[in-house]
Design a protein around this ligand. Structure first.
Ligand code: OAD
Length: 253
């Protein structure tokens, strides 16, 4: 395990203690140690030959609804087999030291909920929830086994339209309420921890900028620099499943 700069670790814990409101903004990196590939890591196995950027779009779905549905069913199975990792658990524990802590995540794997985090804003939706194509009817906690072996994608039992994953695809709008609440939190938090994101996708990647401009202390946690790094006060270089538990241990002292 890479030991962190004790000075930076001390500063991070002091800033967290002093903050009334803390935001933890996460990306795929926080789930990497749970065995869920990050978005830009090469796809593995039979999906290696498909480009996620083509599958995770409305056009990609309309071009081959069955293929895209099967890709998400594969990812739902993967997510359900995996567990939250020490990074998710440490974020949950941070709730005991931070005045008010909210997780804003770009991830669709639901692992923050499963780790116990009380306030989670899912900017890009959740892969275990499906909805009909026009979005009116939502099916939380979809179980592909229950759906039986019928035609794929299944059809909505209320309106007969094709079902699709309730996640934000490229080119789609983010859930309005989640976005407004996230920028309001970014503009009013004392500390924002930015964990495991490359900072390549807007508007999510503007949240740390909004936080910094509003006077928050921004601390990044990532094994390597990202597009967020210039906005952060400093980067705690390491895996989130190692760095976050070190912060919690330091807070316990
Ligand atoms: P990326 O795959 O773009 O970036 C993952 C980040 O995690 C990289 O900066 C890695 O260095 C870092 N990382 C890898 N392992 C880590 C670890 N163990 N601990 C901490 N960090 C680690 O994933 P995102 O930034 O989340 O959007 O991608 C953002 C969005 O792009 C996704 O939500 C998705 C995609 O388009 C939609 O689906 C709408």
């Amino acid at each position: 395990m890479s030991e962190l700069d004790p000075e930076l670790l001390k500063r991070a814990t002091q800033w967290i203690r002093e903050a009334d409101k803390v935001v933890v903004f996460t990306g795929a990196g926080v789930s990497a140690e749970s065995g869920i590939p990050t978005f830009r890591q090469a796809q593995s196995g039979l999906w290696a030959k498909y480009d996620p950027m083509r599958l995770a779009t409305v056009d990609g779905f309309l071009r081959d609804p069955r293929l895209v549905w099967q890709w998400y069913a594969y990812r739902r199975r993967l997510v359900r087999e995996k567990e939250p990792n020490p990074g998710h658990a440490a974020i949950f524990e941070l709730e005991s030291w931070a005045g008010e802590l909210t997780v804003i995540t770009q991830n669709v794997d639901g692992l923050h909920h499963r780790a116990g985090s009380a306030r989670v804003i899912e900017l890009h939706g959740n892969i275990t929830r499906v909805k009909c194509f026009e979005g009116g009817h939502v099916y939380p906690d979809w179980d592909d086994e229950d759906a039986g072996g019928g035609e794929l994608p299944p059809l909505c039992e209320h309106c007969g339209q094709m079902l699709r994953p309730d996640v934000v695809w490229f080119g789609e709008q983010l859930p309005e309420g989640a976005l407004v609440e996230s920028f309001s939190l970014a503009g009013s938090c004392g500390v924002m921890l930015v964990v495991g994101t490359s900072g390549k996708v807007q508007p999510a990647a503007s949240l740390p900028v909004a936080a910094r401009e509003a006077g928050a202390r921004v601390i990044e946690i990532n094994p390597e620099p990202s597009e967020i790094t210039p906005t952060a006060h400093f980067l705690l270089k390491g895996a989130s499943g190692e760095v976050l538990p070190q912060i919690v241990r330091q807070l316990r002292k």
